[in-house]
Design a protein around this ligand. Structure first.
Ligand code: ZN
Length: 467
């Protein structure tokens, strides 16, 4: 380990760290001090990571304006924004960096205007004017945004008056939250969204409607990110409301203040790759999976209070949402891959029977094979389900089953899926379930797998379980 480098000052914008195990990490050092026992790096995608002195091999520093100008085109927007702020703050090649900042802020402001994010655009134009007081383009932008902001304020005022007389009008409240978002007041927007959810609980306990609203709210969050705190940083710092956010290539991670997302981003990306791989040649060439949203609550209590779900859960709507809490049993190794597989299955194959949906999801769990042993035991005890019961199971019937019945269904779904995939891969399985829907089980069991009857399939399946 090189002590001279570790003791050096991290006074530049981007820092490249080589860890002892050979990983190269680029990030913005969040403290101006030299590397202390723990140094926090902000990584592209808004994620922060703590690097311990003992983990670092070398530290290189990227200084030049030329480098920064190139880098901001490669990284996500919020990271680029932070990169520029830090570079300006540290006064390296001042004139060049200022010019880069002006171009970047101008472009970002124009995009914000197009997206209706008036408050955000306004603060960017103000930033330009601080550096370049006479800039006429920024001054004109600021004027436009100021009058748009006044209009939003009036709209918000109108909605607030309406809501004092009609507190149950969720649509109006939703509009008000959107107005706050556009004004770049995420904390106020969040409070309104919370009120909508709480109202539903108090007035009719309509769990289904909460589910819908929850999705609607998530959609709005994805479209108009400002409801989320703009500077995800260290746990619990600078956050607005209980939610913080981080982005990876294919996930948006929303986490409750206090929850830790260490490893979550990497595991989610990995799990998604493995889920896609699992489909093999059944994967359509033109598959587009929209960015998934992972919601991580800090505690099981908060999670249950808002979702009403017993364990981790996935909702296959647009955007695809996945809910979990810190401490979800086997979150990274099993629950996360399981739920991600539900989302992928939905995109690849659309609606599939429950046993296929669960069977495919369980196959992605690190502990999948435990289901094999459990099923064997249930068969011996005479507590397993018949093949017909497995094939025709529905969510509502499953919800009424005992704990043993529950186990029996999940274990049987996994083993049956595995058994059929052994024969004709996933592609064969998906074709099978599609044609069963049209032509019935008896016909397709014969055509796809060569059995004379459903009973014959059941016999061979039982043999597969027991030996
Ligand atoms: Zn599942």
């Amino acid at each position: 380990m090189c002590c001279a480098l570790l003791g050096g000052s991290l006074c530049t914008a981007e820092t490249v760290v080589t860890t002892n195990d050979g990983r190269v990490i680029r990030g913005i050092a969040l403290s101006k001090e030299s590397v202390t026992d723990e140094t926090c790096l902000r990584l592209p995608g808004g994620i922060t990571s703590t690097i311990r002195r003992s983990e670092i091999k070398t530290v290189e520093q990227a200084v030049s304006a030329d480098y920064i100008g190139r880098r901001i085109k490669e990284v996500p927007l919020d990271y680029a924004e932070a990169l520029i702020d830090v570079a300006l703050d540290r006064n390296t090649e001042e004139a060049e960096i200022k010019e880069i900042a002006r171009t970047f802020w101008m472009r970002t402001a124009k995009n914000a205007v197009l997206a209706g994010e008036v408050g955000k655009a306004l603060s960017l134009y103000s930033k330009i004017l601080t550096l370049f007081p006479g800039n006429s383009e920024a001054a004109a932008g600021l004027d436009t945004c100021t009058s748009a902001l006044h209009k939003l304020e009036r709209e918000g005022e109108g909605l607030r008056v309406h809501l004092t007389e009609n507190p149950d009008n969720d649509l109006a409240r939703f509009d008000l939250a959107r107005v706050y978002e556009r004004m770049d007041k995420p904390d106020l927007a969040f409070a309104e969204y919370q009120r909508i959810i709480k109202g539903k609980l108090a007035f009719n306990g309509g769990i289904d409607r909460i589910g819908e609203l929850r999705d609607l709210i998530s959609e709005s969050l994805v479209e108009t990110v400002p409801v989320l705190p703009k500077t995800p940083s260290l746990r619990g710092q600078n956050s607005v409301g209980p939610w913080m956010t981080a982005e990876t290539k294919r996930f948006l991670i929303r986490f409750h203040r206090g929850a830790s997302i260490d490893n979550l981003a990497g595991c989610a990306e990995d799990a998604l790759d493995k889920c896609l791989e699992a489909f093999g040649n059944a994967l359509p060439q033109e598959l587009e999976i929209p960015r998934m949203v992972l919601h991580l609550y800090a505690t099981e209590k908060e999670y249950r209070a808002e979702t009403f779900e017993p364990t981790a859960s996935a909702l296959c709507r647009t955007p695809s949402n996945l809910y979990a809490y810190e401490g979800t049993p086997r979150l990274l190794s099993s629950a996360l891959p399981h739920e991600i597989m539900h989302l992928v299955t939905h995109h690849v194959a659309g609606n599939v029977p429950l046993w296929v949906d669960e069977g495919l999801a369980i196959r992605q769990e690190a502990v999948a094979n435990l289901h094999f042993a459990r099923l064997k035991q249930l068969v011996v005890e005479g507590k397993s389900l018949s093949l017909k019961e497995v094939l025709t199971e529905t969510r509502s019937r499953l919800a009424r089953r005992s704990k043993t019945g529950h186990d029996a269904f999940y274990a049987a779904s996994f083993v049956l899926t595995e058994f059929l995939i052994d024969k004709h891969e996933i592609r064969g399985l998906l074709e099978f379930v599609q044609s069963v829907h049209k032509n019935g089980l008896a016909t397709e069991v014969k055509r796809h797998y060569g059995y004379s009857s459903v009973e014959e399939l059941e016999d061979e399946w039982l043999e597969y379980i027991m030996y």
